[in-house]
Design a protein around this ligand. Sequence first.
Ligand code: 5GP
Length: 203
Amino acid sequence: MMQVLSTNSGATTKLLSSGKLIVLTGPSGVGKGTLMRLLLSRHPELNYSISATTRPPRPGEVDGKDYYFISRTKFQRLIEEDEFLEWAEFATNLYGTPRKPVIELLESGNSVLLEIELEGARQIRAKFPEVLSIFILPPNFNELEKRIRGRKKDSEAAISHRLKRAKEEIDSAYEFDIQIVNDDLETAVHEIEMAMFSQSELF
Ligand code: 5GP
């Protein structure tokens, strides 16, 4: 079992016998969601942290399953109450990881998977130095643009925000423990599994 550090209201707490924390980051449209679902279906020991967001639900998204869809007022109150392990603004919306469930799972020796953007991943790395951080890259930028546009679930303004942010995120991929190119889904999942196996006795 490994040890991780977590900071709570500025104070540093050592969690003994903690589960493994894994952060998956990558630009919008890179296929993180699909990779996540495949990983979770193959590894029932992994727990997915459901984020809160001020973004409106897309067609088919379910509150409490895909995200907790909340108002900006509520999100800001939760920030003030220190209820987020990390949070960030992305393409004009706020996203955050609820603190309590993640800490409880880690403390009880369970593993947690976070699928979050760059700023949040940086906050997590600062609080949990032993996190396994994985960055998912597209085969090339044209392919990514095609995927973001092909999704047809976002407005043109949201699409251009996401494309600009995607470039910034890709430039920071080197900060992560591992970079994986999502060209072929099976290969990418296999590479993530190899990284998990090599870093922890839990998998
Ligand atoms: P989407 O709106 O496409 O669902 O997500 C936009 C971005 O927000 C994605 O890069 C996703 O990984 C990220 N995201 C989702 N939940 C969180 C979270 O709790 N915290 C942070 N920092 N980013 C998140």
